[in-house]
Design a binder for this molecule. Structure first.
Ligand SMILES: Cc1cc2nc3c(=O)[nH]c(=O)nc-3n(C[C@H](O)[C@H](O)[C@H](O)COP(=O)(O)OP(=O)(O)OC[C@H]3O[C@@H](n4cnc5c(N)ncnc54)[C@H](O)[C@@H]3O)c2cc1C
Length: 516
């Protein structure tokens, strides 16, 4: 075991979430960021409840609520802004609104403030990583101070490449992009307007063959438009104030153009691509360094945040020599197919909303009908992202394994994860056998007896939910559930008696892989 900090390259939202997730697991890290401050321009504006749950796990759940607002859902509109379909999104099963709108620089500042509070993390800005070289026992990292030009050599037990789309670490891992064939040019316009524009409080997607567009209110007086650019179009021409005013006019009505303060308007190229490998020994890729997705289902940043939540507890267990290094194999095995599915859904959704130009509204309506028939698309809009597929930590034949546990409130404004803490949790309605207690100890987890709406921990803690957890276990059906630190179900068991012995008998190897 080493006490040298893990090096995180890039202090974007993925890198900071990764450092905080490691800190929660007690692992120190050093974040190296070449820029002086957070990226000032608005980028991501949407996160789903699963990603916000990860933010909660690193201590910024409440603060995020203060800088975000729930979206009512997604509305698909035709060229004349008439509603074609609506997907409402209320409170989700994971403790947070199913869709939250916010401004990415606000989120990044909030994450950095939390970073400053944690003794386990150090952020060095103005530091450019020049090279990363994995060695036999550790990883060498060559950096340059951009102000002084001084070059320094650091050594780290592991390096996380959170260095965005133009990642240097991706080359070190030996990864190449897999192009999932969806490159689109969009004009992104962010505006401040002191006069409320008074539209429905959700995301509007204009499905027009003439020009697909997205519109939403981001914050108090902040609005975002995204307009699809056609192949022949020069974005520069549309950026001239009269052309821009004409584009937003259907939404701004009689608000005079002078009252709209354009914060940013520029062309972005959205791509769909996936790194073909995410790891070389102890050098790993996360966030945009590993994947990029078209914007249609708002999952780019969310995917990076999920990467951080998935990896941190595994890396912590391996660095502490509590789990074998093979546990790290499960990171790419779980995250890569999940991201691929979401990119494909974004592509499908994008095609249905914007493709087939010139073929008229009938085609558009049938494309939307097709979208509504894609189970994954409806599931995503309706219920959330897919469960983790079968893999090293997700055995076949266990319906709960790989799914996220629900997160009810447990009183006093707290949510279940706050009560469970950052490690493994074993929930049971069965008679506890010594083997279950031993298993829990080996996982360094906490054992909770579920009794209707009450959850009793072995240390005497008792919290109450509204019966969500016992209903969830009953409907699976499961008498015992083992939750990973990222609140994904590791295993479930139906036995009324001796659940510990049953879990050990059936899944001994898997349990040892996670450090039991
Ligand atoms: C217009 C737009 C709209 C979007 N909307 C959404 C949305 O609604 N929902 C959503 O989920 N996502 C959205 N996204 C995507 C989202 O913004 C990105 O997925 C997210 O920023 C990725 O975060 P990251 O930390 O992985 O990478 P980045 O934010 O790119 O951060 C990488 C960091 O690494 C640093 N770095 C790079 N190389 C080095 C080096 N060699 N040394 C030191 N530092 C280095 C960079 O300076 C940067 O700070 C949108 C993106 C755009 C452009």
């Amino acid at each position: 075991m080493t006490s040298a900090p893990v090096v995180v390259v890039g202090a974007g939202p993925t890198g900071v979430t990764a450092a905080l997730s490691l800190a929660v697991q007690g692992i120190p890290s050093l974040l190296l960021e070449r820029c002086a401050d957070v990226h000032p321009l608005p980028r991501a504006v949407h996160l789903d409840d699963e990603a916000v749950r990860v933010l909660q796990s690193v201590g910024v759940g409440r603060a995020f609520r203060a800088i975000s607002r729930p979206a009512l859902g997604l509305r698909l509109l035709d060229a004349r802004l008439r509603t074609l379909a609506e997907f409402p999104r209320g409170q989700g099963p994971y403790g947070h609104p199913r869709a939250s709108l916010f401004d990415q620089p606000d989120l990044e500042r909030l994450l950095r403030a939390e970073l400053a509070r944690r003794p386990e993390t150090v952020l060095r800005t103005g530091i450019e990583v020049l090279a990363v070289e994995p060695g036999r026992t550790d990883v060498a990292v060559r950096v340059r101070d951009r102000a002084t030009g001084q070059v320094e050599l650091l050594r780290a037990p592991a390096v996380l490449g959170c260095d965005g789309a133009a990642s240097l670490v991706r080359g070190v891992v030996g990864a190449r992009w897999q192009d999932l064939r969806s490159t689109e040019r969009w004009l992104v316009v962010d505006v401040r307007c002191p006069v409320p524009l008074g539209h429905w409080e959700g995301v509007h997607q204009v499905c027009s063959p003439v020009r697909a567009a997205t519109f939403l209110r981001v914050g108090e007086d902040r609005y975002r438009w995204e307009f699809q650019l056609h192949d022949h179009e020069d974005a520069g021409e549309l950026l001239h104030p009269p052309a821009l005013s004409a584009l937003v006019r259907p939404w701004t009505g009689d608000v005079p153009a002078e009252r709209l303060e354009v914060l940013r308007s520029s062309e972005y190229v959205f791509r769909a691509r996936l790194a073909d490998r995410w790891r070389r020994d102890r050098v790993l890729l996360l966030g945009d360094a590993a994947h990029q997705t078209p914007p249609f289902v708002g999952q780019g940043l969310g995917a990076g945040v999920r990467d951080a939540g998935n990896l941190a507890w595994k890396l912590a267990a391996v660095l502490r020599a509590q789990a074998p290094a093979t546990l790290l194999d499960s990171y790419e095995a779980e995250r890569r197919p999940h991201v691929r599915t979401l990119i494909r859904l974004a592509r499908t959704a994008g095609w249905a909303m914007t493709g087939g130009s010139g073929r008229g509204a009938a085609v558009r309506r049938s494309a939307l009908a097709a979208l509504c028939r894609v189970p994954g698309a409806v599931r995503l809009l309706d219920r959330g992202t897919p469960a983790l597929g079968h893999g090293p930590l997700v055995p076949r034949g266990d319906r709960l394994a790989g799914t996220l546990a629900p997160q009810p409130q447990v009183g006093g404004g707290a949510l279940l994860d706050d009560a469970l803490g950052p490690g493994f949790a074993v929930l049971t309605t069965a008679a506890v056998d010594p083997a279950l207690r031993t298993l829990c100890d080996r996982l360094r987890g906490r054992l909770w007896r579920v009794d209707g709406g009450r959850l009793h921990a072995d240390d005497g803690t008792c919290v109450e939910d509204d019966g969500t957890i016992s209903r969830w276990m009953r409907s699976a059906p499961a008498r015992t559930v083992v939750l990973r630190p990222d609140r994904v179900v590791l295993l479930s068991d139906r036995h009324d008696a001796s659940p510990g012995a049953a879990l050990e008998r059936r899944h001994g190897a898997l349990l040892r892989c996670v450090g039991a």
